[in-house]
Design a protein around this ligand. Sequence first.
Ligand code: ADP
Ligand code: MG
Length: 702
Amino acid sequence: MVPVDPVSSPLPESIKKLGIKRWVDLALHFPLRYENESLVWAISQVVAGQFAQIQVRVVSSRIVFRPRRMLLIEVEDDTGSAVLRFIYFKEAQKNAYPVGQRIRVLGEARRSLAGLEFIHPRLRSGWLSPEEIGTQPLMPVYPTTAGLQQATLRRSIARALQSALPDEWLPPAMLAAYGLMSLPDAIRLIHQPPSDAEKTGVLSLLMQREGPAWNRVRFDELLAQQVALRRARYLRGSESAEPLAQRALPQRLSSAFGFQMTAAQHRVWQEIARDLERSVPMQRLLQGDVGSGKTVIAALAAAQAVGSGRQVAVMAPTEILAEQLFGKFLQWFGSLGVRVELLKGGLNAKQRRELVAEIAQGAVAIVVGTHALIQKDIRFPQLGLVIVDEQHRFGVGQRLALRTQVDGLMPHMLAMSATPIPRSLAMTYLADLDVSVLDERPPNRQPIITKLMASSRREELADKLQAFIAQGGQAYWVCPVIEGPREESDAPSREENLQAIETAAQWLRPLFGDQLVVLHGRMAADDKQLAMQDFSSGRRRLMLSTTVIEVGVDVPRATLMVIEHAERFGLAQLHQLRGRIGRGAEQSTCILLFDEPLSDIAKERLKTLYETDDGFEVARRDLAIRGPGEVLGLRQSGIPALRYSDLQQHVDWVERAIQFGAELSKIALDPRQASRLGLVPQSVDALIDRWAYEKEGLLAGG
Ligand code: ADP
Ligand code: MG
């Protein structure tokens, strides 16, 4: 095999600016597009957004002053006309191209109201002769950075293709079955298409990043990710955990719920209970739309751990949510004689010290809190289970920090999330977790009615709301105050944000008087708790709040929600907010107030919410609008993004990589599997190495 990196020749320093460290990285640094000054397009065939050369005659050349000073040169060929637009130009340029002159224009074409246009194209005088056309090789244009010339990059990449080109390692039958080019051929073709590529149609495939060459590269990348993730999981299997096998306490707990569990809750609970009994640490993600009843499952898991003599840490992303969880746990566990404590921000030094000491003595069975639970001085001597609610609001680092070993044993972990993730995503980005899905809502729930309303109608809305409250209804009024996503309880929101809620309060207070209660992230912990209690007990019936109520808050009697400036919120966030209602048997209504004009994306979001209240559907559309990195909060996770594959667009290849990746992973356990698959065992290491997943720390902690 070709060594992955020819150690003898270090990379040129200038290349390292791209973050490229090895020759093989250069071989996998693909062009954005191709240029060829010997290729000529007819104007009628030029595709907007792509680089093209046209040969044309000058029709006119003039300087205009609106909307700003510009030089406009109009040109034509036998098939159409185009406009060349220069914002930076010298006066003399206007006369450099007299009417009728033959020139060539090279640049990226755009489609505008005026027709086809080129902004700041390169111009060459004279036309190519028919013999000259199509003779030169296509020049790749690479993504680069300031101070690194295309020429340097091209030279270095050409060298990489000679010394660090990966060998094909997949069996020929597989390539044939999937219609793939071999890996070295694919890489070479993408960098250096032959000069007849335009005629044969290969060029247009390459420009769209499709066809046998791109598919081969993509398959390689997706396989590398699959195998790396599966290895992480395999390593986890070699860790030990205390088996938590006592089922009596969960049994008793379930009779304290006051309702029958749904079939989905039963099924998911069985999955989790079985995991907990094993001596391998559970790492399970429980997914369920807002209101599907995840808390019940968390409590059952906690009961199994406590019943087995272990401590449980329950971590929530906000103080308010931690309070809520604590309230539920107290209610359910109180009668069972299990001690539950809340480690909240509002404790004074002495209280906190005492609580921390009791936790360290093992005297507290269940501790609920925010990320404050991960502080250094807090020790759980018998930690058996960590529960992370709304896990997508935490960074992976925070999630993992709680999983520190106690006496060489890992605690089990249950993460919960209301952001449903399509299978292809879950199987890739979250492949280090097992996934359970709560796909059924508790009985007697009616779908939420969602209405869109222009803000100009808010007075009218306030009248209706007054009547609703007078008849005993409970409602939320949500203001678009953007608070820090993870640590809102500590991070003071900015003054202008506070202003938004104060303005709303000033307007609502005269109308609703004592019925109004205000809640936002900057309030002291005790005040927040009080506000929440006032509202959940029904003593006050209109809650004006920021998005602090976005996750987890559970007041089933509240059946109406007004969201101001709905156009400013993201789709997932609106769905989460809306999930605060529709939690009881009564019909709930959500009113989205918006200000015009609406951007297209905002329109799309509001339309989606109007059309569906199914979390999976919302997530699917959200993914289409924002992409997986944003949706899953991968920015903070340290998981490398795929460079050439898109989980949505290339879902067929993702599926194949998931299947074959499972086979490949067996090679690590049993090298004989390699020959069964027709492979060299080392090829799997080389695969992961060239896509460098291992180096990104993905395996750490897993
Ligand atoms: P989420 O999945 O959003 O965390 P919760 O656990 O807060 O949802 O549950 C939403 C509401 O539904 C709570 O009031 C909870 O007590 C109630 N609930 C959960 N499971 C059931 C069930 N099987 N039958 C009736 N109500 C249930
Ligand atoms: Mg919840």
